[in-house]
Write a protein that binds this ligand. Sequence first.
Ligand code: SAM
Ligand code: DTB
Ligand code: SF4
Length: 345
Amino acid sequence: MSIAPDRTDIRHDWTPAEVGALFQMPFSDLVHQAQTVHRAHFDANQVQLSTLLNIKTGACPEDCAYCPQSVRYDTGLEREALMDLDEVLTQARAARQRGATRFCMGAAWRSPKDKDLATVCEMVQGVKALGLETCATLGMVSTEQAQTLKNAGLDYYNHNLDTSEAYYKEIITTRTYDDRLETLSAVRAAGMKVCCGGIIGMGESLEDRMQLLVTLANLPTHPESVPINQLVPVAGTPLADQAPPDVFEFVRTIAVARILMPRSFVRLSAGREDMSDEMQALCFLVGANSIFYGEKLLTTPNPQSDRDRVLFTRLGITPMQEDAKENGVAESTCCDTPSQLTGSA
Ligand code: SAM
Ligand code: DTB
Ligand code: SF4
């Protein structure tokens, strides 16, 4: 079955008032609108699987208030130098074996040194040769560095805006929102796909969430991938004691992201370990169609693959295959049964 896409709803001129009105809709009406948009562009029962690997841990000079890897906070994390190529490839093979189609390598850097970038390029080439899509998140990159990564075969670059421009300075003081936007432009100029989203639950207001989504939707091209993270509060960071966001407010954020960016993959990202199955089901219902799959995010736990497999089976969700997602339009070429979520666990 193929679903005829309606391409007329791709817009880059959303106003804060319009987006604010979406957030205020009665919940059932918002769910209906988000589902309608979702089904116009995707198979609503398929979810894409990405696996994360932290290739360089801790000792980051930045002061991101949420991050366990900042050198400024004592989070008990052991710092680790850049991982060996062989170890990265071993982890990538395991991710592929479990059923992931994308492998995302993260490094706790403000920006990569050219020497390290050369090593990361070898990792990208090796992971791509395994038949996986490649993604990296290495901090700020110049246009030249972005081009180097593109030439090595990098498909996606992750670089989050995290929150609204107004709230950004409450969270990070060592770089600006414009620094972030510049890297996103460099990634686009190099011809890579953009993965860009934010974090909910850092004490931001509804207005900040709305402004973040307006900024993302009004970029010249929508990010192909939009990770919506729920803050994972980590002891030792300034945000350690943040209470989780209201479940319905979180689900509304996913729904509005789906409506504003109809063809993008909206990823239910960090924070799933603390979410009930019912909350995750609501997120899928309103258009989340990607997750991080595997027992670890970068440094914090993610649900066990077994738990995700059971949840997918209960919901009738199948993992998306490579050829089903090229245009963001499902062609129903995916696995027949949820049990085909492979894995040895
Ligand atoms: N250093 C690079 C950078 O900041 O762009 C790449 C790695 S950084 C850890 C990637 C993203 O992880 C951040 O932009 C942030 O959105 C997310 N993140 C980090 N710590 C988190 C936490 N405790 N909870 C939720 N998301 C988090
Ligand atoms: C994204 O938006 N979330 C991921 C990925 N992109 C790099 C990272 C989540 C990190 C959660 C905290 C940790 O495990 O260190
Ligand atoms: Fe460093 Fe990235 Fe963590 Fe910020 S989010 S402290 S830049 S690793």
